[in-house]
Design a protein around this ligand. Sequence first.
Ligand SMILES: CC[C@@H](C(=O)O)C(=O)SCCNC(=O)CCNC(=O)[C@H](O)C(C)(C)COP(=O)(O)OP(=O)(O)OC[C@H]1O[C@@H](n2cnc3c(N)ncnc32)[C@H](O)[C@@H]1OP(=O)(O)O
Length: 253
Amino acid sequence: MTVANIEHDRDGVVWFTICRPEKRNAINFEVMDKLKETIKLVENDRQAKMLVITGTGEEAFCSGGDLSQFQHLQAEGAKQMLKRMGELLYSLLTLSKPTVALINGAAMGGGCELASACDFRYAKSGSKIGFIQGKLGITTGWGGATMLFEKLPYAQALNILLRAERIQAETMQAYGWIDAVLPGNDLREECRQLLAPYVSQSVAVLRAYKLAAVEKWKSDEFRMRFFAEISRCAELWGSEEHAKAVQAFLQKS
Ligand SMILES: CC[C@@H](C(=O)O)C(=O)SCCNC(=O)CCNC(=O)[C@H](O)C(C)(C)COP(=O)(O)OP(=O)(O)OC[C@H]1O[C@@H](n2cnc3c(N)ncnc32)[C@H](O)[C@@H]1OP(=O)(O)O
């Protein structure tokens, strides 16, 4: 069974849908491979104008890293996993076409980092958003804090990270992280309507603006900060606090 679907629509939008509703669309290594393939495709396909990332089902957009798979990783394995997804989110952040996270339900942990790498975040009303890493005894491990500090006012970003709470989409819109809250009766159609003015532009125009926007993130200094965050998370991964929090979550659910 496929872990993610890749669809092209007639407007030039590529839809990447994580298909693991039974794990609330958690990201495992197979999802990473599919995401890598999709980012490359959108970057190189002359017909592709935009990328939308979403999840299957009503409950979750993405619940972050697959704890059932990643809990067994030793220090070096965890570091490699975090760096591998970090590279992917860095290439998503700096992609030369506009990107959207269509948040169809809860976004937790790394799910928030995936969404933070996108240019726009549209959420179904009532979705819960949680940069909850602090409560798991870790920090954002895929570059999420670095991206948050780029995209939100400093105190707002720090507030979200330090609280590590589940926050309603409507509140995250007031904080500036969500760009549009949608009713969600037909979420994809509601998203398509928001994208219509963008996809009426040529690929060349969309690409030129996107390149202007992401140039600042291509410096060595930015990459250094992005991957230093990942190394700090890797150091916390093997802590007793993290192991206990993951065990508690997996046993409860
Ligand atoms: C690795 C990178 C790191 C980072 O950089 O941030 C991370 O991402 S750490 C992971 C952070 N995520 C979490 O802590 C898990 C968050 N999940 C939840 O809070 C909830 O599952 C939900 C997303 C709010 C959905 O709640 P609900 O609809 O009530 O579903 P359940 O909680 O009952 O879960 C159903 C089912 O799915 C399994 N599940 C959910 N999330 C994960 C996950 N991240 N990894 C693995 N499995 C996950 C859960 O265990 C249940 O399984 P079963 O009991 O077998 O049905």
